[in-house]
Design a protein around this ligand. Sequence first.
Ligand code: SF4
Length: 287
Amino acid sequence: MFVEIDNNSGFCFGVVNAINKAENELAKGELYCVGDIVHNDSEVARLADMGLKTISVADMAGMSGKRVLFRAHGEPPASYALAKERRLEVIDASCPVVLNLQRVIKEAYNEVKEQGGLIVIYGKPGHAEVIGLVGQTNGEAVVVESLSDLQSVDFSRPIRLFSQTTQSLEGFKQLAAKMREEGGESVVVYDTICRKVANRIPQVRSFAAEHDVIFFVSGEKSSNGKQLYEVCKEVNPRSYFVQGADNVEAEMFMGAEKIGISGANSTPRRLMDEIKLKIEKLLKNNG
Ligand code: SF4
């Protein structure tokens, strides 16, 4: 029997960059993070122990002269304006990929609004990154999560379609095809899915198929985690969604020869190492 950690899983460079920035800035003094720095409770708790205080955008309105960190998901222009108004120093840890997407959407919005056009974003309504993207369009972009949401799209207008960076490539292709069917040439499609996420799907699929049991480690709030776990379950019914070593019991891997541990882009490596140790301990105790 062997236990293997999926070396492709774990933090993407956007999250690593945000955490490094937070650690460096905490060494200089008090720091507030707008929203959870990463969708993983354990990592949020580790940084909270180092002094990082998590606040909401609304909390910024009651603060002044403090330092606030904007996390990898990015923020809409309104957050920058609020920080300026309240004399807050912004430590901008927005992922460069997201910042670039915000810029491209803003340019497209300025262009299509002259022609009565519309920006459509394939994403999760209310997700932090999506709020930042919609903010580039004066709040006018239409967010669609599934084909049924297309009812709210006016296909008589010129349309530019973008995607939240962490959405599924397959879902985006289906949506784009349907929109081209409805709107023809007036629908211009921009594939803006981050390949760090899109590439993980085939990687996770083969990893799950190669093992008898999969422990998929992720925080409950991570949309990337939920999506990758579904991929695991599709190819391997003995896939478990766990948040940490405490969720792992010996019965879960009974009779298995090959045990795989994988995780989301927001899953710290140390959590996967802890799960490996727990499994090895249980095997030893039961063996
Ligand atoms: S998933 Fe991609 S776009 Fe999102 S934070 Fe990571 S590197 Fe940046």
